[in-house]
Design a protein around this ligand. Structure first.
Ligand code: GTP
Length: 328
C-alpha cells in the first residue's frame, strides 16, 4: 500500500533537513550542507512492511511553487494522503508564505479532498519570544488562513525531539491497522505485567503505538521517567483526535518521553555503527524498573518497561517471541 506525502513550504524552511534527519538518520549538524531542492525529489520509504511512504519533497523556490500551482498542479496534488506544510517560525515573508499555502490548500481540496493537512511551525529553536506563546500565536494565524480546512499544527525543531513527536503523529494516521496494533500491544502489556509498552518503526524509530498503565505509587515517587499526566501523551488514536483541535496546547512543544527514547536509541545505534557493531537488542535491570528493547517484527522494535521486580527479562523476551506472529 502506497501513501503519498507532500512536503511543502518556502525555500529554506527546513523540509529536506527534516527528511534527512527522520528517514536517513543524519545528524542535525549536517543539514547546513544540504543544497536547495530542485523541483520535486521523490523518495519511497518502506514503513511497516506493507506500507510505503511516497515522499514528495517539493523545492520551495518561487519558480517551482508557481509551476506546482499551474502546469504541474494535477500531478502534484492528486492521490495525496497527507500534506505537510512547513513554515519558519521567524519568517520575514509570512504574507507571501501564506499566499502560497492558501493556493496549495485550494489545489489539494480540488484534487485530494480527503488528504490530512499538518502544519509545522519549524525552527522553534530560533523563536524570539516564549515558545508556547509564539506557537499559540502562530497556530491561530495558520488556522485562520486555513478557513474551514481541518489542520493540525505542531511546533518543531531539528535540534530536539519535537520533530519526532510531529512525525510520529503524522505517520500514525497513515498506518491502516493502527487500532489493531494498539489492541495487540495492550494484550502484550498485560501478558508482561508491563507498566508501559512502546512500538517503534525499525529504521526511523518513530513511535507507532503505545500502551501505558499507571505505575505503582512507589515507582511513581522514585522514577523520573514514569508516566505523568502533563508530559507523556502517547500518540494513541485518542490523543491524535485531541491533537486536531488543541493546537494551542503549550504541551505540544514538550516532546514526550517516547520521542526522547527514540533519540537516545538512535544515538546509541549510531555509536554501535561507528565501532562496527550491529545494534540488536537492549536490556536494563535497574532497582526501580526493568526495560527490554527487542525486535518484534522485521519492521518494528518493541520496548517493554516493567516495575515488578519479580518479572525476569528472559520472560519478557519469551513473550515478545510469542507475540511476534500477531504483529507480522
Ligand atoms: P528548499 O530545498 O530550497 O525548498 O529548502 P528546504 O526547505 O529543503 O530547506 P533545507 O532543509 O535545505 O534547510 C535550510 C536550512 O535550514 C539548513 O541550513 C538547515 O540546517 C536549517 N534548518 C533546518 N531545520 C532547522 C531547525 O529546526 N532549526 C534551525 N535553527 N535551523 C534549521
Amino acid at each position: 500500500m502506497k501513501k503519498k506525502v507532500l512536503l511543502m513550504g518556502a525555500s529554506g524552511s527546513g523540509k529536506t533537513s527534516m527528511r534527512s534527519l527522520i528517514f536517513s538518520n543524519n545528524p542535525a549538524s549536517l543539514t547546513s550542507r544540504l543544497g536547495a531542492t530542485i523541483d520535486v525529489e521523490q523518495n519511497h520509504v518502506r514503513f511497516l512492511g506493507d506500507l510505503i511512504l511516497n515522499l514528495w519533497d517539493c523545492g520551495g523556490q518561487d519558480a517551482f511553487m508557481d509551476s506546482y500551482l499551474s502546469i504541474q498542479q494535477a500531478t502534484i496534488f492528486q492521490h495525496v494522503g497527507v500534506m505537510i506544510y512547513v513554515f519558519e517560525v521567524e519568517t520575514r515573508n509570512m504574507e507571501k508564505d501564506l499566499e502560497y499555502y492558501k493556493a496549495c490548500l485550494a489545489a489539494l481540496k480540488r484534487y485530494s479532498p480527503n488528504a490530512a493537512v499538518f502544519l509545522l511551525v519549524h525552527k522553534m529553536d530560533l523563536a524570539r519570544g516564549p515558545k508556547a506563546e509564539t506557537l499559540a500565536r502562530k497556530s491561530k494565524e495558520l488556522k485562520e488562513a486555513s478557513g474551514d480546512a481541518e489542520v493540525t499544527v505542531f511546533g518543531t525543531s531539528i535540534y530536539d525531539e519535537s520533530l519526532y513527536n510531529a512525525w510520529s503523529r503524522i505517520v500514525h494516521i497513515l498506518i491502516p491497522n493502527a487500532s489493531v496494533l494498539s489492541r495487540h500491544l495492550a494484550k502484550l502489556a498485560a501478558a508482561c505485567s508491563a507498566t508501559e509498552v512502546v512500538l517503534f518503526e525499525r529504521t526511523t524509530f518513530l513511535v507507532i503505538a503505545t500502551s501505558t498503565l499507571p505505575p505503582p505509587p512507589s515507582a511513581a515517587a522514585t522514577d523520573a521517567s514514569a508516566p505523568s499526566k502533563t508530559n507523556g501523551q502517547p500518540p494513541t488514536e485518542a490523543s491524535n483526535e485531541d491533537g486536531a483541535d488543541s493546537d494551542a496546547d503549550p504541551h505540544r512543544m514538550v516532546p514526550t518521553r517516547y520521542e526522547r527514547t527514540s533519540e537516545l536509541i538512535k544515538a546509541f545505534k549510531y555509536s554501535c555503527a561507528r565501532v562496527r557493531e550491529e545494534f540488536l537488542a537492549l536490556e536494563m535491570e535497574l532497582p526501580d524498573f526493568t526495560a527490554v528493547l527487542d525486535e518484534l517484527t522485521r519492521n518494528t522494535y518493541v520496548l517493554i518497561i516493567v516495575h515488578d521486580p519479580t518479572v525476569e527479562t528472559a520472560a519478557l523476551r519469551m513473550n515478545i517471541h510469542l507475540a511476534r506472529p500477531k504483529f507480522e
